[in-house]
Ligand binder design. Sequence first.
Ligand code: NAD
Length: 442
Amino acid sequence: MRVSVIGCGHLGAPHAAAMAELGHEVIGVELDAEKCRALGAGKPPFYEASFEELLVKHTGSGRLRFTTDMREAADFADLHFVSVGTPLRKDGNGYDVAQVIGAVRSLVPLLSRPATIVGKSTVTVGTVARLQEIIDTDAQVPGVDLVWNPEFLREGHAVQDSLFPDRIVAGLTSPQARAAIEEVYAPILARGDVALIVTDPPTAEVLKSAANAFLTTKISFINAMAQVCDIAGADVNAVAYGIGIDPRIGHGGMRPGIGYGGGCLPKDVAAFTHRVGELGAQEAHQLLSAVEAVNAGRAPAAVTLIEKAHGSPISGRTIALLGAAFKAGTSDVRDSPALRLAGLLVERGARPVIYDPEALAAARMLHPELAYAETVEQAVTGADLVVLATEWPEFTSDPKLPIAAADLVASRVLVDVRNAVESDAWVAAGWEVWQLGRPPRR
Ligand SMILES: NC(=O)c1ccc[n+]([C@@H]2O[C@H](COP(=O)([O-])OP(=O)(O)OC[C@H]3O[C@@H](n4cnc5c(N)ncnc54)[C@H](O)[C@@H]3O)[C@@H](O)[C@H]2O)c1
């Protein structure tokens, strides 16, 4: 099938490469000329596991190319994915859907034959109805269908999740639109293990928002339990494990830590909270407001833990901060809890020195005022305290790190605000290990 992917950012670019891998001929449309050039040259503008290989493979195979010209996509493709950004509005009151409206407004009048527009961006319930009005008024030809196909991929696993999604949700209103979705995802559906959930468009919009709302509710729940455990002298990791055995609860999303971040969850929950308030769903609004409040308290809770671990004010102290990305597996630093923590440490007069295996360039661009190190050794040398802020395996699972770092630091105190390390290797190398909601290990 000939498809376009409009908006080639963290979602769209891996999706475009995945569509080529499925056998489609793909054209990616990206407004940012520099990003577009880089993608076309097989160079990812951000780190995402396995993405570079697929991009190189299919820009090489000729099945994937990129353009800044919407007309080229309109002429070429029969199905158009829309994966442009939906940031939070500046006043925080819901999404700014200007990119989505803009992309559809510029595409629709250029279509000269029947086509399917497939929205993947996360939008407020009601947005699809607005886009349908644009199609109804601006389409020059009959047979332009609209489908809402929200995306559930996890950053850091974008390629894997695009090729092997756990579900395909399609909000649509016509048999032609359903046929187009079944055709574009045919290689995935043929495997027989993926649910195709066909709904009306508002249900697809709410389904995506509800998925993120539930995930963040789980994260905030276990983080609130970490607070309880801190006060009660209990161990939240054991609590999470013990309650998660119940299949109604489960272990997914139940690792306590510094809170959710990134380009999706914070703004999606904020926008949904605002929207449910607007709709008058009061209990939903209260629930989601509490989820957000817990999350907002996590970076300050991490600072409190760091101060406790240090045993005296941290002003003037050098802190090796391992991690800048909002989570492991990506260079994305949008709304990163690690960088939020760095900012709070600076406010307390400490000097965080940040190292991240993939996100240094992005972090430097966003926060040039912070201090960075090129290697983990450089970051920990002379540090009064080491803080693990992103759960990269090279920080959490390398048995050599506790031993190598032990000789470089000024004091062997590790504060793991992701509750991600197995403390035994660190304790054996002479470290004190502090984690959220757990007694310290020595
Ligand atoms: N990043 C994820 O893992 C993820 C997962 C699920 C859903 N989403 C949703 O997908 C959407 C995109 O997220 P993202 O993280 O990829 O954002 P992003 O900001 O990384 O990418 C958006 C891209 O769209 C481009 N763009 C904007 N208007 C355009 C236009 N008219 N024509 C061509 N290109 C245009 C921008 O230049 C940018 O590169 C959001 O709604 C997000 O909530 C993202």
